[in-house]
Ligand binder design. Structure first.
Ligand SMILES: Cc1cc2nc3c(=O)[nH]c(=O)nc-3n(C[C@H](O)[C@H](O)[C@H](O)COP(=O)(O)OP(=O)(O)OC[C@H]3O[C@@H](n4cnc5c(N)ncnc54)[C@H](O)[C@@H]3O)c2cc1C
Length: 501
């Protein structure tokens, strides 16, 4: 998604928005960009392509996000004729990215934690893309130092859990917490499985572990006597980062999973974030992608109907198997009679990309402690050599201050100027000079960004039912577990294997 609005167009827009116009003189361009809400909302009017003559395909994949593309790759490699139908003009879904003259940058997913060797599907995919192997991952794709810092009490501190200002009792509490997380990391259930594994399906089903899915992470911390506000902030931050919802909303099982499922704190990252992986998938699936088409109906008999963006021309396919890789809140509108299918609730997010004429940070991840945002990452961080030229900052904000439906409504109603004011005010503490270096600012709103692992969701009966096929339809979306690259990878492989079997 490129810089679309001219400065003149932006200024005209912001003047029309009156009260929300930034109070300073504006010297940057930009606008609200992002997912095709209007085209997607056509689904509500239930357009039909029932008259279209069906084209033939072995497998039709509905949705070209990470899970759909991975399913498509594996099926194509097994010799199947696959078609991936994607609503947007470009595949990628929540791993979408953009590019301007300064750098590529992410609009959503932006890193992949180093996988352990037992995560065989993830390892195989990363190996295929030339990133090394579990014996020796390629260092240049791993996030360079310095990796992360925290803006707290008017200064930058190294790491996200600094000991700055903690007394002995607080230090002991923090140590006790991390020792407990380490214990969970090593723990195996009586079934021999890791207590907290990725993919989630490989985790132990021991009742005492599953019981952690019944209370919130905040309640679990209270129960275990973890009261220190710095520690509680850290855990809340982790939950908001991975799930778009704070520790008072997500289950203790999900909160602990954030700390106990990964073997390494190192991550792969690229200027365009996980868009780098999408580009590799796109190359390998050339000729099989049908973007710019809204799927309107999928039948258990394998018929898929869609309308083209712009022309609204109808198309249909008849397939031996269908992979529904669209999120569940959409899938249930596509399959006749399945409106009451179980579905998670979703956290909305706002992401902004700010192009600045001067580098303002040498660190990749810059987290703000007293903020509703998670701070920003620097797109050019992986470039070697001194950071002297312009760069792009990707600013992330989960919209979890209100229940999801209200937050979504508020976000969609907010003007571009109001978003600019909010973002720049937030960043003005650590970077008072930022406005004078800003050349472009785009905002992207994700209405249904991440499935919320609220108590009872991950280990409840409804989620288990979500992955069951329906006639010829197999499901593959990260909302069937946790909103992570590795889970999307798991579900993509799972659907492909089921079809090949
Ligand atoms: C802001 C943000 C930051 C994130 N950061 C990270 C991160 O750093 N690391 C990480 O591992 N994960 C991150 N994630 C999680 C991310 O969701 C997953 O990594 C992954 O991209 C999900 O892929 P998916 O295929 O499951 O779903 P999606 O990306 O939702 O893909 C579904 C696809 O279906 C398409 N579609 C929907 N309806 C239709 C229709 N009717 N017809 C045709 N197509 C349709 C959509 O357009 C979309 O392309 C982040 C998510 C967000 C929103």
């Amino acid at each position: 998604m490129n810089e679309r609005l001219s400065r003149r167009a932006f200024l005209a827009g912001s003047l029309a928005l009156g009260a929300c116009r930034p109070s300073i003189s504006q010297s940057w361009t930009g606008g609200i960009v992002g997912a095709s809400h209007d085209f997607g909302h056509l689904l509500r009017q239930a357009p039909r392509a029932t008259t279209a003559t069906a084209e033939k395909a072995d497998v039709v994949i509905v949705g070209g996000g990470m899970a759909g593309l991975i399913a498509a790759l594996r099926l194509k490699q097994a010799g199947r004729d696959v078609k991936v139908i994607e609503l947007e003009n470009e595949v990628g879904g929540n791993s979408a990215s953009g590019r301007n003259a300064t750098s590529a940058y992410p609009w959503g997913a932006h890193y992949v934690p180093l996988p352990s060797a037992d995560m065989t599907d993830v390892c195989a995919l990363l190996e295929e893309f030339g990133l090394g192997s579990p014996d020796r991952w390629k260092e240049d794709a791993l996030c360079h130092d310095p990796n992360e810092r925290l803006w707290y009490r008017g200064r930058w501190l190294e790491g996200l859990m600094p000991s700055y200002g903690l007394d002995d009792a607080a230090r002991d509490e923090v140590q006790r917490f991390f020792a407990k997380m380490e214990e969970f990391k090593q723990l195996r259930g009586s079934d021999g499985r890791r207590a907290f594994a990725i993919p989630l399906e490989n985790s132990s089903r021991d009742p005492d572990l599953i019981a952690l899915d019944q209370l919130t992470m905040a309640d679990w911390m209270t129960r275990e006597n973890f009261h220190h506000p710095d520690l509680r902030w850290h855990v809340d931050y982790g939950c908001r980062d991975d799930y778009g919802s704070g520790f008072e909303t997500v289950s203790a099982w999900a909160g602990i999973h954030y700390y106990a499922s990964r073997i390494s704190s190192e991550v792969f990252t690229w200027p365009e974030g996980n868009g780098w992986l999408i580009a590799r998938l796109r190359e390998r699936l050339a000729g099989h992608l049908i973007p710019g088409h809204l799927v309107t109906r999928i039948t258990p008999e394998g018929r898929v109907e869609a309308v083209a963006a712009g022309s609204l021309n109808a198309r249909a396919w008849q397939a031996e198997a269908v992979v529904c890789a669209a999120p569940r809140f959409i899938a249930k509108r596509l399959i006749p009679g399945q409106e009451s299918m179980p579905s998670p609730t979703y956290a909305p997010w706002m992401v902004a990309n700010l192009t600045v004429s001067k580098p303002i940070s040498q660190t990749w991840d810059n987290v703000l402690r007293d903020s509703r945002s998670l701070g920003y990452i620097v797109a050019t961080h992986q470039q070697l050599g001194p950071a002297s030229g312009p760069t792009v900052l990707t600013y992330y904000q989960p919209l979890d201050h209100l229940p999801p439906a209200e937050a979504r409504k508020e976000a969609l109603a907010k003007s571009y100027a109001a978003w600019c004011n909010e973002i720049l005010a937030d960043l003005s503490g650590p970077h008072p000079e930022l406005r004078s270096h800003l050349t472009h600012l785009d905002v992207w709103l994700w209405g249904h960004a991440m499935a919320r692992p609220v108590p009872g969701f991950l280990h409840g009966p409804e989620r288990a039912a979500m992955s069951q096929p329906l006639g010829k339809i197999h499901f593959a979306h990260s909302d069937m577990s946790l909103s992570l690259f590795e889970e999307a990878c798991h579900w993509g492989h799972h659907a492909a294997r089921a079809i090949l079997a």
